[in-house]
Write a protein that binds this ligand. Sequence first.
Ligand code: XMP
Length: 509
Amino acid sequence: MQNNVLILDFGSQYTQLIARRVRELNIYCEIFPFNKIPEDLSSFKAVILSGSPSSVRSDAAPIPDLKNIRGHLPVLAVCYGAQYLAHSFGGEVNASNTREYGRAKLSYVSEDCPLFQNIAVGSQVWMSHSDSIIRLPEGAKHIAATHDVKYAAFQMPGELTFGIQFHPEVYHSTDGALLLENFLIRIAKLSQDWTPDSFVEMTVADLQAQIGSDRVVLGLSGGVDSTVAAVLLHKAIGKNLYCIFVNNGLLRKNEFEKVLDQYKHMGLNVKGVDATDQFYKALADKEDPEQKRKAIGKTFIEVFDQEAHAIQDVSWLAQGTIYPDVIESVSVNGPSVTIKSHHNVGGLPDFMKLKVVEPLRMLFKDEVRRVGRSLDIADSLLGRHPFPGPGLAIRILGDVTAEKVRLLQEVDDIFVEGLKTWGLYDDVWQAGVILLPVHSVGVMGDERTYEKVVALRAVSSTDGMTADWVHLPYEFLMKVSNDIINKVKGVNRVVYDISSKPPSTIEWE
Ligand code: XMP
């Protein structure tokens, strides 16, 4: 890919955000760890250095080798990146007593610097650092300040290399997008040709060249990623794409039939496989969340493997993997702990001996949706809330039975359809209901009841990594609670989950 931006990651929580902001400008970019700079830089026209939780003064500071970059390509160094430049090339960085975190206003801006074109004194920027640059490298030009941070931005002498102490990628930097635009378009002369339409055109041609007349198998889940991957492949190779949509008996009410029908209408060559009994059997008497996940993952692979082998001469496996799953992360605090196993149940083992094709592997989630729109996929499919691979099994706390699934499907349907009717569905990132393993006493008419309790969960989020509970209107919650208790036999109490992630998680198991 020509016209590409190289983002070097030093372990900042904001690195992916930088990449998304660049892509929002319709400019392609890729993230690499700071110590794995590609040898061939010919496709890159600009470089951005990310921030980092490390201090340049510590022994473990991440040190990049910029010899092929500085002076050859325009560089924008953000936060740690800027401190690294100052510290390593003759300036000075000191620890300050307090961490500077939050909003600040620019108090000085160099008028003739193209990086700050159309950005005025008073513009708000977002700071998040504890070290401070106290002296610039010899000859560096001071180009911006805030009240508290003198060297908020500088330019290295004789180079298109800029250091900025604040974070332009964070929304609170009100002119952050403009600063990135100044750097990428005015200074680095990149063109804005990374659009969903151009992606589709290029990817279809690549897929045709890569796959030729081979046959490809793909597992559809009803989710956005696998659907967009399928439509893209279908456009490239038509009937040689064989899709398999497995009913694990843990989907939402009527979901299997509805979505299968939609897929067929879209012209996809899809086979629906009802393996409900096989999944229920594998889950029987399993109460531990991890054991449940593993049983579901294993059964899925068995079913999929059998179906894939029934297709003659298939040689490729297509997957809806997206960029956040691919980016090699820079570990700053040692390997991360597994909180829940295999979030992506669709991941299939090597023993299938198929070559793997992943047409979405360079896209962020919001880009997958934009590509889906450019492929004319219905909004009802593209706008769907995320749904976990193990489905309702991880929302039925404890063991799973067919009867519990049916009951939860009814309750979940009332909640989700209610969100749609009240125009709340699109304001919520993900919603669902959890069936609790407790009974509560109630009274219906003159009768004492002793029945099940369900918890409603609705969260806002951008990527599922963090989430907050949604402040749904009381009137809506009242209506849904009444409907559930009146219509679903066996439930006599509804509660609403008001926990954020962290410290909770979105799913209860
Ligand atoms: P948690 O519960 O970890 O969930 O806050 C974050 C997001 O991941 C989804 N999720 C899963 N998806 N297999 C999946 O495919 C899983 O085992 C799994 N567990 C959680 C969850 O629905 C939310 O969107």
